[in-house]
Design a protein around this ligand. Structure first.
Ligand code: DGL
Length: 262
């Protein structure tokens, strides 16, 4: 099976890392759209355009069997359009895991960190409305504009990043938040800094396991046998820090540059 995966940059590699440890007999093509990053501070229309161009590229150049939208922001803005455009393609999206966070939280005070576009999106709003009918929990939503850029630059624990986090997290710290949803695939890369600012161990909820499980189920329904070796090809549309790629995947991979057709 050939699996296309994309994100605006490094973030989706946090999902690829989990895919690599569960998925056998697959060729993974990863596109980091760093030329258009950050997605989370763009309009839904722009994010839809980026997502369609990348998917078209993966379908026409690699004949992918499945697509993983390894980006909460692109899932929110574009997944419906992608499913409409490619009705026969397996498409798995990434969404903030608010429901598991509510069930893990002991204090019933839950934080959600995501990009401005994800938190403003219809999908997220519908999720919160649905869950707040059933659960008594206080949810602290926090957009983190600029955090993706810090992570892409490898500044995961600099003083500047810690001060940004301090500004976003102090209210959650005071409210005894014990569980934080990492609603952007870049944010698992700053877990340690978040705990440093929160002054406590945090239960983190990200979507890597859920996305991988869903992908495997759908692939197996199409006859995939999960054995053999898996390959990974990484492509970018702009600059990327190869040392960061290595720190996420724990291994060296070659990185190719592509230009998406207009
Ligand atoms: N990693 C992406 C996400 O999960 C978006 C980052 C960006 O703003 O480009 O939302």
């Amino acid at each position: 099976m050939t699996i296309g995966v994309f994100d605006s940059g490094l973030g989706g590699l946090t999902i690829v890392a989990t895919m690599l440890s569960h998925l056998r007999g697959a060729d993974i093509i990863y596109i980091a759209d760093t030329a258009s990053a950050p997605y989370g501070e763009k309009s839904p229309d722009q994010i839809r355009d980026f997502s369609i161009r990348i998917t078209d590229y993966l379908v026409s150049n690699y004949r992918i069997d499945a697509l993983v939208v390894a980006c909460n922001t692109a899932t929110s803005a574009a997944i419906a359009k992608l499913r409409e455009r490619y009705p026969n393609l397996i498409i798995v999206g990434t969404e903030p895991g608010l429901k598991p966070a509510i069930s893990h939280s002991v204090t019933k005070n839950v934080g959600v960190l995501a990009t401005p576009a994800t938190l403003n999106g219809e999908k997220y709003k519908a999720l919160v409305a649905k869950l707040s009918e059933h659960y008594h929990v206080q949810v602290f939503e926090q957009p983190c504009p600029g955090l993706v850029q810090q992570i892409e630059a490898g500044k995961v624990d600099t003083q500047e990043t810690l001060s940004m986090l301090e500004g976003w997290l102090s209210e959650m710290r005071d409210a005894n938040v014990d569980t934080i949803v990492l609603g952007c695939t870049h944010y698992p890369l700053v877990k340690k800094s978040i705990e440093q600012v929160m002054h406590r161990a945090i239960i983190f909820i990200d979507s890597a396991e859920g996305v991988t499980k869903r992908l495997l189920t759908l692939l197996e329904q199409k006859g995939h046998i999960n054995s053999g070796s898996t390959t990974l090809e990484i492509l970018t549309t702009g600059a990327i820090q190869s040392s960061m790629v290595e720190s996420v995947l724990g291994d060296k991979f070659s990185i190719g540059m592509i230009k998406l057709p207009d």
